[in-house]
Design a protein around this ligand. Structure first.
Ligand SMILES: [Zn+2]
Length: 337
């Protein structure tokens, strides 16, 4: 006999309640009042305060949170928190960034929370695998039919070729990417071109490293101005790179998606090139993932949640409900990371 489903709503992150248990998914505040699960340490998913109680997260996410929190209380909590202790939670890789997790919850029914996800394996990151569930709570960053990404393996070749071309022509190549996740993918895909890391990309990469995780790079050195590959945060992170007089810059982001797919489209802040390389599922990957999970109901969050919910109902015939913010300040769920 089918059991009753849980309630799902926005509150302290996404709250899933069943019987006496409440799960807090990517909560703003980690608390002992429920089972807290943190998918990854991007700012729109990471808690901003830690009031105690156990937490579910990966080792990499824990290291990143330690490096990113400011308050002494939070640092103390993250020193050695009780972790991954609830038998009602089962974590698996979300394929978004290194250490990002999905969580299968036993909440009367099987509830899968994806956080941000990417189904395509690449560069040592295993893609998210669909799992049969009754309730699916899925991200909607690119949950609109206009988003179809080029194959990531092809994009890796395109980006590598562009950097090589720039270096051959005597330019420094500056790639802009967000510091946690995308930058480490670039370090791995371009390691033969000796990447130098600038600003928060360097800090974040060091934060992630441990005995079982090392990257091959050099810090950016303003005294060494030979043509070189530099990985830097967004365009605002060019501070300090003006010493490289002969350089070409490129944005690496899913938001660079243009009519040609490969590049062009929205290129940020005076850059020379844009590469539509994303660590999120595009619309069609989201639909395929949902179809394979075969849920009875889907909740969408983060981004195009309304559009994605409509499309799920129209194309897959599955009940879909967007989780939208009802009033300002209700949740820390942001636009995208
Ligand atoms: Zn993310």
């Amino acid at each position: 006999m089918e059991r009753d489903g849980p309630s799902v709503r926005l509150g302290n992150g996404i709250e899933v309640a069943y019987g006496d248990t409440t799960f807090f998914l990517d909560p703003r505040k980690v608390t002992a009042e429920g089972v807290c699960c943190v998918s990854h340490a991007h700012s729109d998913h990471m808690p901003s305060s830690f009031a105690g109680g156990p937490i579910h997260c990966s080792d990499i996410t824990l290291r990143c949170m330690r490096g990113r929190v400011k308050s002494k209380r939070s640092k103390n909590y993250l020193e050695d928190p009780e972790r991954n202790n609830s038998p009602l939670v089962e974590a698996s890789g979300a394929g978004h960034i290194l250490g990002s997790n999905m969580f299968m919850l036993d909440a009367g029914q099987r509830v899968l929370y994806t956080g941000d996800l990417c189904p395509q394996s690449r560069l040592g990151i295993e893609g998210a695998r669909p799992q049969k569930c009754d309730v699916l709570i899925i991200e909607a960053t690119y949950g609109d039919p206009r988003y179809r990404f080029p194959d990531r393996r092809e994009m890796i070749r395109v980006i590598h070729d562009w950097v090589e071309d720039m270096l051959d022509q005597g330019y420094s190549a500056v790639l802009h990417a967000y510091p946690l996740g995308k930058s480490q993918e670039l370090i791995t895909m371009l390691r033969d071109l000796r990447p130098r890391l600038h600003g928060s990309v360097l800090e974040t990469t060091r934060m992630m490293e441990a005995d079982d995780l090392r990257f091959d790079y050099l810090p950016f050195d303003p005294e060494d101005l030979d043509p070189q590959l530099v990985i830097s945060p967004g365009a605002w992170g060019e501070n300090g790179l003006s010493v490289l007089r002969k350089k070409r810059s490129a944005d690496v982001s899913g938001w660079c998606l243009g009519t040609g797919g490969r590049s062009g489209g929205r290129i940020g802040w005076g850059m020379d090139q844009g590469f539509a390389y994303s660590d999120h599922a595009d619309f069609y990957e989201l639909l395929d993932f949902i179809d394979r999970c075969d849920p009875s109901v889907v909740y969408t969050h983060h981004g195009s949640e309304g559009t994605l919910a409509q499309e799920i109902q129209g194309r897959l015939g599955i009940t879909a409900i967007p989780l939208t913010r009802e009033k300002k300040g209700q949740t820390n769920l942001g636009r995208y990371c």
